[in-house]
Design a protein around this ligand. Structure first.
Ligand SMILES: [Zn+2]
Length: 371
């Protein structure tokens, strides 16, 4: 077993079940990775994450660079030791947050100058700086610094893609740690020719894995799914494909159908904060009066602590009076729901019944209850 290789165990159509090896253990794919923005999956202790079956989790470079700082985390022994997570970690490059969070940013071919969304202080990120920070954080998988452009603006995507490609070469040059895998990122918006060009360029740099960036940022589902099909055809088969920032249950299924292996999203914990829970028949809004005296669990088919123990009526009460336990129980459930979905998907692929599983799952799942 060699670190950062993907052993494909079985494929069904384009769907793949595999094992991705990292220095902190194996990631069984396809996999959903919970997001721990500030080096914590909001409100959830590592012990809970382990119990619910999480493996690789994500942390955000932009946030950790601003607070507490990458050097401080390095002095504390790196991210794994700092946050007490002994399984694999992935960090993003900081690029996406610079483009989406900072009030003012100026991009040039060298990098990006931006104003912190916290205190207005000025900062500059370059490909080299992003890699430097990510090497200090010490995740198992780190990402190339890229630009995430508006997906439907063709002219801008041409310029931006060339920049992302040049930055990928610089990230590769700057990367020194052999115990970390640096993934390349494919961009190109919703345009087939650009996406294929980007996949070719990034593949030739021979990264151990590939992120598909610039999706789930406002384009239509049809465009997203079509792009994934092009990516499945264009990217090398024996390296992991990571669909960045996608966590809607239906998108996870559609992504796996199109050859994707890894997914991450803040959705489970963000929805919990908004009072929304995943169920097998769709999302429900737990603040709804409908549930005031409902003695059922959030989802009768879920085996999480929340569903095994508490009623909808009680959870609704906790949310209404803003008790911390309400958010905790909701987050626990939403995370377990997606992790269970991925575990079932993987088992179905291994047994050649994923197509049937996916069809049945999608048929039941509707957005109901106003969530
Ligand atoms: Zn549950």
């Amino acid at each position: 077993m060699q670190h950062f290789t993907l052993d494909l165990q079985h494929t069904e159509g384009r769907s793949r079940a595999g094992v991705f090896h990292t220095p902190h253990g194996d990631l069984l794919t396809p996999a959903f990775m919970p997001v721990g923005t500030q080096a914590t999956v909001k409100g959830i202790a590592p012990r809970d994450l382990t119990e619910m079956g999480a493996s690789m989790i994500l942390a955000n470079t932009y946030h950790l660079y601003l607070r507490p700082g990458a050097e401080l985390i390095a002095r504390q022994g790196g991210l794994h030791r700092f946050m007490h997570w002994d399984q694999p970690i992935l960090t993003d490059s900081g690029g996406f947050q610079v483009f989406s969070l900072s009030e003012m940013r100026k991009i040039d071919d060298e990098g990006v100058t931006f104003k912190s969304h916290l205190d207005g202080s000025m900062h500059r990120l370059t490909p080299e700086k992003s890699i430097h920070i990510q090497e200090h954080l010490g995740a198992d998988v780190i990402m190339c610094f890229d630009e995430c452009p508006p997906p439907t603006d063709r002219e801008y995507n041409v310029i931006s893609m060339a920049r992302t490609h040049a930055w990928a070469e610089r990230c590769k040059q700057a990367h020194t740690r052999t115990d970390q895998a640096l993934f390349g990122i494919v961009q190109g918006g919703i345009f087939r020719e650009l996406r294929e060009q980007s996949a070719r360029f990034i593949s030739e740099l021979d990264f151990p894995g590939h992120g598909i960036g610039g999706l789930a940022v406002g384009e239509s589902k049809e465009n997203m799914y079509a792009t994934l099909e092009w990516m499945d055809a264009a990217l090398p088969e024996h390296k992991p494909r990571y669909l960045m920032g996608v966590g809607e249950p239906t998108d996870l299924i559609h992504g796996v159908m199109r050859g994707m292996d890894m997914f991450d999203c803040v959705l489970p914990t963000r929805l919990a904060r908004h009072g929304a829970a995943f169920t097998h028949t769709g999302r429900i809004n737990m603040r709804n009066k409908l549930f005031a005296e409902d003695e059922n669990p959030l989802d009768a088919e879920c085996d999480c602590y929340t569903c095994q123990t508490f009623s909808r009526a009680y959870i609704r009460h906790l949310l209404h009076v803003s008790e911390m336990l309400g958010l905790y129980l909701m987050s626990l459930h939403n995370l377990r729901f997606l992790l269970t979905l991925m575990r079932e998907i993987r088992a179905a692929i291994l047994e050649d019944r994923f197509a049937a599983y996916a069809a049945a799952w999608l048929l039941r799942y509707k957005n109901i209850g106003g969530a």
